[in-house]
Design a protein around this ligand. Sequence first.
Ligand SMILES: [Zn+2]
Ligand SMILES: [Zn+2]
Length: 214
Amino acid sequence: MNTSMGDVSEKNEGAIEQPRYVIEPARSGASKCKTCRHKIAKEALRLGILVDGFYGPGYMWHHIECAAQRMFEQVEEAYEMEAWKVAKSPPEGVPSLEELRTVKAKAEDRRRQKRTLPYAEVAPSGRSRCKKCGEPIEKGSVRVALAKEVRFGGQARVGPMNVHPRCVPAALEEEEVVTELESLRDELLSNSRDIDTARIEQAVSAIDRAQSSS
Ligand SMILES: [Zn+2]
Ligand SMILES: [Zn+2]
């Protein structure tokens, strides 16, 4: 353990040529994960990302799993650089990139399940079908996920009902659909992720056209 020099190096390794990334077991329990905001336990594997701070360059630390969930591209870069080799005390082992990719995918699944309905999104494949008209939803086109009450035995739960924008007015007439037309546009704008506002507005126009022609 290199405690004799104090832990000055924790934040700043000196101004010259600091590597952009470092992966190491935390040298103390003092650093905080910038992703989850919890303390990083001593010896827990952490990823440091060099940033220009007020007092010069320093590392922002993240639990390696937290980084995998929120900034996988940077984790990949750090792995390409073998960022554990520049650590003061290199870790005995690091999880494989594949393991971290699984951590990322699981986190994405959880986020998707927790997403606030209704929202608009770009169909990632051509495999989904509109739950109103039954026709496929073309890959790359915008689909709208409405909030629909689903019953399991005695329990009611709200889940997504994916439909074409043009099928939204008809879907809203179903009793189980709890999304309201009045607030739909605002909700789509605030709940949708990874989609341009312009495309949401286009979907809203398509909903309006379908509404006025019905
Ligand atoms: Zn964390
Ligand atoms: Zn449809």
